[in-house]
Design a protein around this ligand. Sequence first.
Ligand SMILES: Cc1cc2nc3c(=O)[nH]c(=O)nc-3n(C[C@H](O)[C@H](O)[C@H](O)COP(=O)(O)OP(=O)(O)OC[C@H]3O[C@@H](n4cnc5c(N)ncnc54)[C@H](O)[C@@H]3O)c2cc1C
Length: 506
Amino acid sequence: MKKQYDVVVVGAGNGGLAAGGITAKNGLSTLVLERHNIPGGSATSFRRGRFEFETSLHELAEIGPNPFEGTVRQLFDELGASDIDWCFEENAFRVVLPGEDGFDAVLPTGQEAFIREMERQVPGCEESVRAVFQLGQHAMEALEYLGQGNPDMEVLASKYADFMRMAAYSTKEVLDALEMPKKAQDILVTYWCYLGAPADQLDFLYYVLMLILYVELRPAMPSMRSHEMSLALEKAILEHGGEVWYNSEVEKILVRDGKAYGVVVDGREIHADHIICNSHMSNALSSMIDSKEIPEGMLKLANARDLALSFVTVYLGMNRSCEELGIRDYSNFIIPCADSREQYERCCSIEDSKYAIMNCLNTVIPDSSPEGTCTLFFTTMYYGDVWKDVKPEEYKKLKIKIAGEVIGNCEKALGIDLKPYIEEVVIAAPPTFARYLKTPRGTPYGYQFDMWDSMMMRTMNVAAEEPIKGLRFCGACGERGDGYSSAYISGMNTGLRTVQDAKEGN
Ligand SMILES: Cc1cc2nc3c(=O)[nH]c(=O)nc-3n(C[C@H](O)[C@H](O)[C@H](O)COP(=O)(O)OP(=O)(O)OC[C@H]3O[C@@H](n4cnc5c(N)ncnc54)[C@H](O)[C@@H]3O)c2cc1C
């Protein structure tokens, strides 16, 4: 058994698997260490009774049906992990605000169809919605230019001026400036929860890129749940000569004189020139790295950030098909109020009725459960430390109460009956995610985005995020924040920076 590697990756979540795949493929001896007995972190599945449930994936943004390849599909192809059966949604989302002043809008994919439906829902909004997509297109072109390397600041400032401005304004500020009617804004920002910050706290650039990618490339999912992607990446690492060890929790990241040189696992030291950490950055800073070796600026930055949201998720196995239950759409966003700031604030307490998403996989993959059945996946969000005062004896009752409310709200909003047809039920809460993912407060989203700490700011400051030589972070704590695509891409970028360092002998 080797004790010296070029690269050790701590954690086999989406970020760690992508990073390990890239370093192994580029000829670096790579060891991935994972505390569980399976790869994927959030990206996996589990069985109850006759159902196999997707654990976390609602939808992936950057796959794209052939021949329109998104970045994530390109990454999988490049690693030789392309043997995945991708399925695509027809619609972007359905959003329902119950009540007299409410709305029920199903937004299709495809820019023109999306804009037409927005105009039908909110007459007079077409011009502003079209302008949003034009800005998104402009941002994609600017990013392509940046991706070519060595950008000329004058070209950026002249040809891509709007792009440079976008990162400095919130989604709400831009939509207001485009004079988009409020109702159209409320519908358009439905996806805000995927990035974890409401429209007035979320930079427009990141939101518009996500929106355009979902609408243009269509939301995707693998036919065998996200576990299929995790297994494909694990296989790619092994085929490129890397190693993946399971049941191997890293206790320490070894740092001496400002340089990381290894890890401790099962009480043994394993040395490496480069460490890529897919465990939450707060874990590394609070317990894995000797505090004397942590630069002050790194601690200050981490402390200035808020931990991102966590979820309560409810997985239902139903003894009726989706047609029998009257469910047509895959992604159903049920919102308790129109404004994303108010929706966010409701998620800062346990009691308030919240934003919930109901997904039905069978609407996209009909045979994803036995004939005559379907699975449903409900998600609702929590911010801050609101679960800390829940007493152990109250925990189970509280989870059941929340699940009952979430299901009841969806039944009411969609006008369907679900409770009589439940065959299996599983409820996961922030403590479940904390235990499984080993993230503080159970967040799967890293640190929360803010206007001072947006995707663009993080990307431009990558070097400042890596002040310990030989140590990098990837996944939800990486520069692109939460989400499958972001974690994969941050893993890929971290892997590529590591390969470059190794080539230059750093
Ligand atoms: C319910 C839910 C729904 C979601 N829905 C979506 C969605 O629809 N679309 C989307 O894009 N994103 C979604 N996400 C978010 C997405 O899953 C995450 O942001 C992303 O997967 C995070 O990836 P990561 O690389 O940070 O790794 P994680 O998933 O956090 O995995 C980290 C891995 O590291 C391991 N680890 C930690 N510490 C150690 C250690 N010391 N030693 C060894 N191993 C260690 C853990 O066991 C874990 O396997 C959802 C998440 C959840 C939970």
